[in-house]
Design a protein around this ligand. Sequence first.
Ligand code: HEM
Length: 541
Amino acid sequence: MVVARQLLQLTTPLPLLFLVLVPLLLLLHSTSRRSRRHGSSSKQQPKRLQLPPSPPSLPIIGHLHLVGDRPHVSLRGLAAEHGSGGLMLLRLGTVPSLVVSSPRAAQLVMRTHDHAFASRPASRIADALLYGSSDIGFSPYGEHWRQLRRLVTRHLFSIKKVNSYRHARQDEVRLVMEKIREAAAGSKVVDISETMNTFANDMVCRAVSGKFSREEGRNKLFRELIDMNTSLMDGFNLEEYFPGLAHALGSLTSWFASNKAKEANKRWDELLETIINDHEGRRRSSEQGHGVGSVEQEESDFVDVLLSVQKEYGITRDHIKAILMDMFGAGTDTSSLVLELAMAELMRKPQLMTKLQDEVRENTPKGQEMVAQEDIARMTYLRAVVKETLRLHPPAPLLLPHLSMVDCEVDGYTIPSGTRVIINSWAIGRDPEAWEKAEEFMPERFMEGGSAAAIDFRGNDFQFVPFGAGRRICPGLNFGMATVEIMLANLVYCFDWELPAGKKKEDIDLTVVFGLTVHPKEKLILVPKQRGNAVHALQAE
Ligand code: HEM
């Protein structure tokens, strides 16, 4: 997700960068040591802080070399060996980074001391891309962020508002079912990864800018722009780990780091301007009574809502565009990944697929062509399957990086102000002390009588934090869950699923590639079979 300035993707040509930059780094290192020595000679030595434990580090790069290309996995291993009570301190380049890997430590950071850890590290790329980081996800903690959170929580993501999109969701799901039905009729395979990603993107497009966006060909353009942001955010950014060096090199690094982001911002800006102008035009003509129905009568999308509350919340046009970019970045890959991995897990355990299909089919009124939102409330196993997928495969395994704003005592350790905080939600969801058979996909644990029946992801149970917790918890949680549940229910209601010829369930590889969000290494390709008694004509409402 774009909003996710996920942190440690080190697959880009790091060795090459170091070859060129090590002399510079050495110079900077020795200068800063000398100045520290000089600075401290005349003053009294400060009291030694009790910092969390750390593994041995290397000069200059600190612990960067220990992180690897699947940081959530390597950090779990490091924390088990070197951490204490789920807390471990790393130095990534020159940046002190607190790694949080247990439910108790997560509670200390995101509840007890949430006020101290609710900011975000600065990022020049986010600044260039997101109008000076004036969006929600990257905004530092403070009045501006609070104002935007209030706005989106009240006006875009209230239960009522999320419910108001149920027809839009149903329409979008119907379109996907039609495509899959065509594939089934022609005995073709379906690329589930691609199909789910397009669906999640279309759903966000629809909510953001209304039902006309598809006809105007904007969905594809948005997809392209999201991909552009993802590749920008995924790359290794020297400045993030050596801010002092970036500062010393001044405009040169700033050019490298943010030029591409500025280009991307320009393309986003053109598209968002067109959309906002269209909406303003429609608003004006409906105010003058010329419109085809008023804006209120139509499905009021995010742009309509943001324009209508702009004055009340004192936000600028750039703020509106930054919020919209967050919605695309945060809302697309996250939901599609849950769908893809839920299907992959169910294909690996056919008995669970059958159990889910039985539940969904029994709870959908006979003869109904599709599962509707009203039917979902009765489907407790469906919810358990989604929860279990989120537990084992949180789309943002390290959440978004937090930042401490003041010195803070956590569990007897001092966490200095300005420490980056990495919360390993993936490791926490697999903590063997918190979860029975922690590595197994077992949705039954969340059912009545199961060992995790009372556990939810709304930020009160710190062993399960796929959406984060505290002040920075995902505001799009209800929107994301509604999108995932209705699609998964229909996938298993309308079709039976098989693996392509020659593929066995043991071959399904759930290894992920780390990025802004994780992605399975291999695409999930399945063969749909039209369910025997399904209604054949999926007609529009
Ligand atoms: C299954 C779907 C989703 C998952 C698993 C998810 C997960 C997350 C996570 C882990 C965070 C970071 C929390 C932290 O830093 O502590 C986050 C933040 C955020 N999410 Fe989501 N998300 C999902 C869907 C959505 C959707 C659909 C939207 C909007 C359309 C959205 C909008 C946001 C925003 C704006 C933030 C930034 C919040 C802040 O910094 O205050 N998310 N999400």
